[in-house]
Design a protein around this ligand. Sequence first.
Ligand code: FMN
Length: 366
Amino acid sequence: MQATDPDLNPLFEPLQLGALTLPNRVLMAPLTRNRARPDGTPGELAETYYRQRAGAGLIVSEATQISPMGKGYKDTPGIHDDAHIEGWKTITDAVHEAGGRIAMQLWHVGRISHTSLLPDGAQPVSSTAKRAKTQTFTEEGFQDVSEPRALGTDEISGIVEDYVRAAANAIRAGFDMVEVHGANGYLIDQFLQDGVNDRTDAYGGDAEGRTRFLVEVVKAVAEEVGADRTGLRLSPTGHFNDMNDSDPETTFGLAYDRLSPLGLAYLHVVELFPGLDVPAEEQAILARLRERWTGRYIANGDFSAGQAAEWIGEGRADAVAFGRAYIANPDLAERFARGASLNEPDQSTFYGGGAEGYTDYPSLED
Ligand SMILES: Cc1cc2nc3c(=O)[nH]c(=O)nc-3n(C[C@H](O)[C@H](O)[C@H](O)COP(=O)(O)O)c2cc1C
């Protein structure tokens, strides 16, 4: 595809991303939409929603729980039983038929959960027993998250196995890739950042200890499905979900150094989370960290088409993922190519509900 505006041409250069060849670099970011069925199978409109967005260079699915304990919000989908695999299969088939590619984002929320969402009212699990100062979305509406319990050292390998099983299930369901969700304050991030991880075992303490769980998960998943079908999402300067690290450059620098040699399909970084300012100092940290990642790099966070093309042109990113713009513009890549105007996303329909604000945003053809 050629863009009407030649400055945007970098967005339409094909890209080899691990095992996949992408026709463009306008990717769809993972977006939780809370429209799954109570049993965790995708909702009836999900097939239409994802098919409509098959023009993305790569779709990353909404975060999907790897186990019943990995769930933290009402009506999010899972990938831990046969019904989930069946449900997702119709979606991956639809995306492929429409000429697209799709990765599944593998999710364990850790302490960002509520007992009412977990099996038999269980307590959420985390690296810590400290409750996060944040809320989650339950059957009763927004509620403070529940107090977690710290995972025992001997329980951690079981969670690594859950990631591996979920990754294998995703491939069985027809996904082209998996993306390990290590960002935004969920379980893996709860191990990484020292403002949360207060463990004294081998999974806590210095950066070596705090990156151990991440590295074990990513290595095991890559062994299962292939490094060239494994991506990773991180948010080194993220504060969403009550996160904080006293020295993100050291923590995440070590993570990048340990994971770069694995030859993963990509690293996907949330550079900016909507509504939370990124101070210049943190932007500089992200830029320095970026230099330490030797593989493909996907940037995300409030990008315009022009900025994305600039970053790609300068080699700061290989591709850019768009979140809110993809909610409102199913044919976003084509709109960028044609220089068309964009639909505005309606925040009130982001989380939960039916077709409104989900499958009814018009494409250019409409
Ligand atoms: C409605 C909504 C749901 C989201 N769900 C997820 C998710 O499931 N997994 C994830 O890693 N990030 C999630 N995010 C973050 C987005 O992937 C993205 O990082 C953020 O929207 C910034 O990109 P943007 O400015 O292009 O929208 C979500 C954001 C929004 C607005």
